[in-house]
Unconditional design. Structure first.
Length: 258
């Protein structure tokens, strides 16, 4: 099988009690065969730019209206996203920047960033909006809060995961390469205290070997929000709690795939 993608409704399974996640949303999810992390980041950047370019070329009147009456920085922000090369840095480098600026009293956070813990929305937006002032791709996250199927790096501490952060909204895309080695996959399932038998169907895909591959999810609601109404007051959305033992997966900030 070659490269594939799906676009349809997605239902969140992780327990994330925030005001910026929906229980149900629409997700664009490509999966690339023979792809490494650099390939995923290249594809995610190119695809985002293609979508923004399409909006700028085909919805000029709408963009002009929102730029005049809602957000006077909208056109400049979208134009920058289309033209600049996205900044890339590791999770470790991102945490070091946050801690240094915190120590230098350049910023105050409600929650102090700590290596090994997930970045909060305030941390993500600070990196994209204040530090680099452009889209940023953060990669190589600690394995503790990422999903069991993400490929481990040689350091044994981080996995080949990436998140795209954009000014005005935070995380837009999340993705990773997948662990194709069954033995390593079983070790991660055990480490996360998951029930091995529950994942028989996923393990079956690796039982006789598989090709290296990876993919990402772009929350279409988040992308639309970024293009049209990034500066409007946000609607607080409440949802019922749902159980998950797989760790944080991926997708845009309006939601992530199960």
């Amino acid at each position: 099988m070659g490269d594939v993608y799906t676009f349809g409704p997605t239902f969140r399974a992780e327990n994330s009690n925030t005001s910026r996640h929906l229980a149900e949303f629409w997700m664009i999810e490509p999966e690339l065969v023979f792809a490494d992390l650099d390939d995923l980041m290249d594809c995610a950047e190119d695809y985002t730019k293609f979508c923004v370019r399409y909006v700028l070329e085909n919805n000029k009147d709408d963009i002009a209206f929102f730029n005049q009456w809602v957000d006077k920085e909208l056109l400049a922000r979208l134009d920058q996203l289309d033209k600049v090369a996205f900044k890339r840095l590791t999770y470790t480098e991102g945490v070091e920047i946050l801690l240094k600026d915190l120590a230098d009293k350049k910023v105050k956070f409600e929650k102090k960033p700590v290596w090994g813990c997930d970045l909060g929305s305030e941390h993500e937006r600070y990196l994209a909006e204040k530090v680099f002032k452009q889209p940023v791709i953060v990669y190589n996250y600690p394995k503790e809060f990422k999903a069991f199927y993400m490929k481990m790096n040689d350091d044994g501490k981080t996995v080949q995961a990436m998140d795209m952060l954009v000014p005005g909204i935070g995380e837009l895309i999340g993705g990773s390469t997948r662990e194709e080695n069954l033995e390593k996959l079983d070790l991660m399932i055990a480490e996360k205290n998951l029930i091995k038998e529950d994942y028989w169907w996923y393990r079956e895909l690796r039982k006789f070997g598989t090709n290296p591959h990876g993919g990402f999810g772009l929350g279409f609601d988040a992308f639309s929000f970024h293009c049209w109404r990034a500066r409007l007051p946000r609607v607080r959305v409440h949802r019922a709690d749902q159980r998950s033992g797989s760790g944080r997966s991926e997708g845009g900030s309006v939601g992530r795939s199960p």
